[in-house]
Design a protein around this ligand. Structure first.
Ligand code: C2E
Ligand code: CA
Ligand code: CA
Length: 646
């Protein structure tokens, strides 16, 4: 800028034609250049300051204006001649310089704040004013000059002056261009840097958020939870108050997730998260710390009754039906509760104990709420061990199927056998299904186990068929989870195909409760299975709630009356009435009716009188290992007359 101002002045001087050749004193000329540079440097520095009050602006403008004027008059001094000045114009020239410089600086200062989006027209305006200031000053200054009288006359052209002007002009143009380019590069870099800093900041914030939140539900994760709990601990300590931590686990979540796909599982978790937030108060923390595990911290509520009430509200909220697409799912929640400081004074202790309490709740069935108590701690390890054991057992095929005959009442013939699984445990011996099926359902391991059971039942049925019982049917029990598993159909078909069993010789037992949970969905699944020719029986009939309209529509073959009605059938007229009704109902629906758990002759006679179609029970046979079943079947074939007369 200094060079630019000075060039204006100097070329202006050269344009001023004088009748005599003019020479310049080099030293003084250079001083004038130096003044220009120093003064503009100072003025620009002032304009770059953080703040510029009116006083500072006036000061900078004055310095700049006076500086430009000094540059000019020093330059004039370099001309080797005596010049007088008109006082009025002399002062005016300085004032013009000061006023215009001030205006230009003001504009520059206002523009300066924002490198990126500075307004280009305003920049030009500033440059224009500055240019006007300099040349206005210059020509007023020249007008003020009174040259010696003998010099007046027609001016002479001066060739060397023209060259000098061109050289100076080019040089200053070059310098200005370089300065401009440098400043452009600089501002470009500044813009880029600002952009990078901006996106880095955004990325950092996102990372920070992600590090502390669960991406699926956007709830705080374990890390943030720990922080919040520690805060609650500090607060409770300082105010010697208490707070509680609720550990919530969604019952039967893993099965749903495995059987219906992760997108369904994700939806369920998101819905649960939303419901927890709805129930939780503004001061409560809701976090997700793992698959289907949520934590709610209740900082304020003291009394156990209140805590329990909140837990109940939370559980009830989770238990409302969840709609995912066309499906409506129901899950429940097991909740364990630990209290500060009673059950622990650190995050880890509180969390661990609430976890133990939750598992205790779970072992009592779905939808339970449990406060922590000291004895609960060992069970957690046992549970995990059980799961691993089960997994290993499935891999090394430690399971066997026992078979219990279903006998046609009219003929005494074995019409089919029900496969009942046993675990031939290497250490614990033969384990009954109740001791591991619930755990297998909870962990989803029932899917691979169930697949093995269907395959094995088909394989063994084929063996008996070839051994002389060509029409023997095998019945397999299905768990809820297997039933909603999308791959069920495929698995059944592949079991039939690889064993060579014909579909009519396979029967599936499905509980009433399971069918009525989602009748529409069950209808689709059943129809698919039935179309292939596979038989379907309703198991444990009478223990749950059935809708008659659905029963009518389901494609079924058999009703199995639950054992609990048979036990007392001879002594309890109510039970007898129920059994009679179920048999009538079954026949009305064109179903065969099978009675379970027949243990004595009286029961059998009664059922016969009620025209029940078939029965199953210890009276005829206990569930038998395959080898014994074969013997048993052969024996029956010889003495077909009457069952149970041994
Ligand atoms: P369930 O389907 O109702 O099976 C009948 C159960 O009643 C069997 O017990 C059988 O041994 C027992 N039972 C048969 N006759 C009598 C009798 O006269 N008196 C008495 N008191 N009991 C009798 P088990 O084998 O212990 O099976 C229990 C339950 O375990 C089964 O009930 C079924 O729900 C489940 N289960 C068994 N095997 C499988 C399987 O392969 N897959 C699945 N998902 N569940 C199975
Ligand atoms: Ca059964
Ligand atoms: Ca049953």
């Amino acid at each position: 800028m200094g060079v630019g101002i000075w060039s204006m002045h100097f070329i202006g001087m050269l344009a001023y034609r004088l009748p005599v050749p003019v020479t310049y004193d080099v030293g003084t000329t250079l001083v004038s250049l130096l003044i220009a540079i120093v003064v503009t440097g100072f003025a620009l520095w002032m304009a770059s300051l953080r703040q510029m009050g009116i006083r500072r602006l006036l000061f900078a403008g004055t310095i700049m204006g006076v500086g430009v004027a000094s540059m000019h008059y020093t330059g004039m001094l370099a001309m080797r001649m005596t010049i007088r000045y008109d006082h009025f114009l002399f002062v005016s020239s300085i004032l013009i310089a000061v006023i215009a410089s001030t205006a230009a600086l003001k504009i520059v200062f206002n523009l300066r704040s924002d490198v990126v989006s500075a307004d280009v027209p305003k920049k030009f305006l500033s440059a224009l004013i500055m240019g006007a200031a300099i040349s206005g000053m210059h020509y007023t200054g020249m007008a003020a000059a009174r040259l010696p009288a003998e010099m007046s006359g027609s001016p002479l052209p001066n060739a060397s002056d023209a060259w000098l002007a061109v050289t100076i002009g080019l040089t200053s143009f070059l310098i200005l261009s370089i300065a401009l380019i440098l400043s452009l590069v600089d501002s470009h870099l500044a813009t880029r840097t600002a952009g990078l800093v901006g996106s880095l900041k955004a990325a950092n914030e996102k990372l920070h958020y992600m590090a502390l939140h669960d991406s699926l539900t956007h709830l705080p994760n374990r890390i943030l939870l720990e922080d919040r709990v520690e805060q609650a601990i500090r607060h409770a300590r300082s105010s010697s108050s208490e707070f509680s931590l609720l550990f919530l686990d969604v019952d039967r979540f893993k099965p749903i997730n495995d059987a219906m796909g992760h997108h369904v599982g994700d939806k369920v978790l998101q819905e649960v998260a939303t419901r927890l937030l709805d129930v939780a108060g503004p001061e409560d923390t809701v976090a997700r710390i793992g698959g289907d595990e949520f934590i709610v911290v209740l900082p304020a509520r003291k009394e156990l009754g209140k805590v329990h009430e909140t837990a109940r509200k939370i559980r009830d909220a989770v238990e409302r039906k969840i709609e995912v697409g066309e499906q409506s799912l129901s899950v429940s929640a097991s909740i364990g509760i630990s209290l500060f400081p009673h059950d622990g004074t650190s995050f880890r202790a509180l969390l661990g104990n609430a976890d133990s309490a939750m598992y205790h709740a779970k072992s009592k069935g779905p939808g339970q709420i449990q406060f922590y108590s000291g004895e609960m701690n060992d069970s957690t390890a046992m549970r995990i061990e059980m799961e691993n054991d089960l997994r290993r057992g499935i891999e090394s095929e430690e399971f066997v199927l026992y078979y219990q005959p279903k006998v046609t009442l009219a003929t005494g013939e074995v019409e089919s056998v029900e496969a009942l699984v046993r675990w031939n445990h290497p250490v614990k011996g033969v384990l009954p299904p109740q001791s591991f099926i619930p755990r297998a359902e909870e962990t989803g391991l029932i899917i691979p186990l169930g697949r093995w059971i269907i395959g094995q039942a088909c394989r063994e049925a084929v063996i008996w068929q070839r051994a002389g019982f060509p029409r023997l049917r095998v019945a397999v029990n299905l768990s809820a989870l297997q039933f909603i598993n999308q791959d069920l159909m495929k698995e059944i078909l592949s079991a039939l195909e690889s064993s060579g069993l014909s579909p009519e010789c396979l029967e599936l037992e499905i509980t009433e409760t399971l069918l009525m949970q989602d009748p529409e969905g069950a209808m689709r699944t059943l129809s698919g299975i039935r179309k292939k020719g596979v038989h379907i029986a309703i198991d444990d009939f009478g223990t749950g709630y059935s809708s008659f309209s659905y029963l009518k529509k389901f494609p079924l073959d058999r009703l199995k009356i639950d054992r609990s009605f048979i036990t007392d059938i001879c002594d309890n007229p109510n039970d007898a009435a129920i059994v009679r009704t179920i048999i009538a109902l079954g026949h009305n629906l064109n179903l065969k009716v099978v009675a379970e758990g027949v243990e004595n002759r009286e029961q059998l006679d009664m059922l016969k009188a009620m025209e029940c179609d078939a029965y199953q029970g210890f009276l005829n046979s206990r569930p038998l290992p395959p080898a014994e079943l074969a013997d048993r079947l052969k024996m029956d074939q010889g003495t077909i007359d009457f069952p149970g007369n041994r």
